[in-house]
Design a protein around this ligand. Structure first.
Ligand code: NAI
Length: 341
């Protein structure tokens, strides 16, 4: 039976993975700590490792895994910037991921953030719990009739745009690879980024982080945005320049921001730091503003998404022991076709 060393385990991971189809055909070794070259020795005796976004699989880590007999790295996420794929290829270690789990989960969280931010639900919740039933400072605006700018119309952006349309908003979109037929059917209008920024009451980011998109929303972009507009980012933290964001909030250039991702979230998000002094000054500052709403990278966290992540990952882990091919869309490095055994 294949032994799997499972790193950075949270209770919800364990719950969904032990219930996934095929789970009884592998042996799980759950570790709460993360995988890195320093902790790689703990995978001794395992044929595969299962990792998440903050495990660090550089060349040294992969070398140690290979020496201890690991043949598969199964990422239980879509992104793979934390794995040295070239090193894995050279070592003959296979790498798989979960390319898509639930675009609805992320799109729906985008709307949850927008509605909470606009209608001040985060503030109202705290007030009412303290028996403060005053409404001062809780005025929002109707979404109906407003303009929403969707940046990136892939799987998530398209679903988010559809939900925004359901609120009776006009939706503008920008994507270097537009989908004109979808736009026509959905009643969405493509435009250039500058026009989108200038016209939108709400700007929502649904594009990947690439060298070209890093700090897409910088001081110049904030200056082009409609005064008082909201920015929603459920994609990647480094799409937004945090220093410029704080300036835009301080000057009132933008009306508010909701973030599920943050520029420097690694080492902070996914963990309980409630008993510590937060060392990130920009995050601390953002958390003091009433018109800033932050969740800790939880947009994916639905039952459906967790089930799908567990299903795809476990299928690949079971395939290793049974000599079956991995699910085709999930393969990043196919060790059978590259590198020494
Ligand atoms: P996708 O690959 O289906 O779509 C991305 C779209 O962005 C594509 O249409 C692409 O052409 C477009 N794009 C690329 N560069 C662009 C640019 N410079 N400007 C405008 N558009 C650009 O990806 P999907 O599944 O829709 O995911 C979008 C993003 O959501 C992911 O890249 C990821 O960063 C984020 N995400 C966040 C999660 C969370 O829990 N917060 C979970 C899953 C994904």
């Amino acid at each position: 039976m294949t032994t799997i060393a499972f790193f950075d385990t949270k209770t919800y991971d364990r719950d969904y993975f032990v219930r996934a189809p095929g789970s009884d055909r592998v042996k799980w070794q759950f570790h709460e700590f993360r995988l890195s070259s320093e902790t790689a020795a703990s995978a001794a005796g395992a044929q595969a490792v299962c990792v998440f976004v903050n495990d660090r699989l550089d060349a040294a880590c992969l070398q140690r895994l290979k020496e201890s007999g690991v043949r598969l790295v199964a990422l239980r996420c879509a992104g793979f910037n934390n794995v040295d794929l070239a090193a894995a290829r050279a070592l003959g270690v296979a790498v798989t991921r979960v390319p898509a789990y639930s675009p609805h989960a992320v799109a729906e969280h985008t709307l949850a953030l927008l509605l909470a931010l606009n209608r001040k639900i985060h503030r109202a919740y705290n007030r009412v719990r303290e028996h403060n039933f005053s409404l001062s400072g809780l005025v929002g605006f109707d979404l109906f009739g407003k303009t929403v700018g969707v940046v990136g119309t892939g799987k998530i952006g398209k679903i988010a745009a559809g939900i925004f349309r359901g609120f009776g908003t006009e939706v503008l979109a920008y994507d270097p690879y537009p989908s004109p037929e979808w736009a026509a059917a959905a009643g969405v209008r493509y435009t250039d980024l500058d026009t989108l920024l200038a016209a939108s009451h709400i700007v929502s980011l649904h594009l990947p982080l690439t060298p070209q998109s890093r700090y897409l929303v910088d001081a110049a972009a904030f200056a082009r945005m409609r005064p008082g507009a909201y920015l929603i980012n459920t994609s990647r933290g480094k799409l937004v320049d945090t220093t410029a964001l704080i300036e835009a909030l301080k000057t009132g250039r933008i009306g508010g921001v909701a973030l599920d991702v943050y520029d420097e979230e690694e080492g902070i998000f996914f963990e309980d730091h409630s008993g510590e002094i937060l060392q990130d000054d920009e995050l601390s500052r953002l958390l003091t503003y009433p018109n800033v709403l932050i969740t800790a990278h939880q947009a994916f966290l639905t039952e459906e998404a967790l089930s799908e992540i567990a299903r795809v990952t476990t299928a690949n882990l079971a395939a290793l022991g049974e000599g079956r091919p991995y699910l085709p869309d999930s393969v990043l490095v196919d060790a059978s076709a590259s590198g020494p055994g």
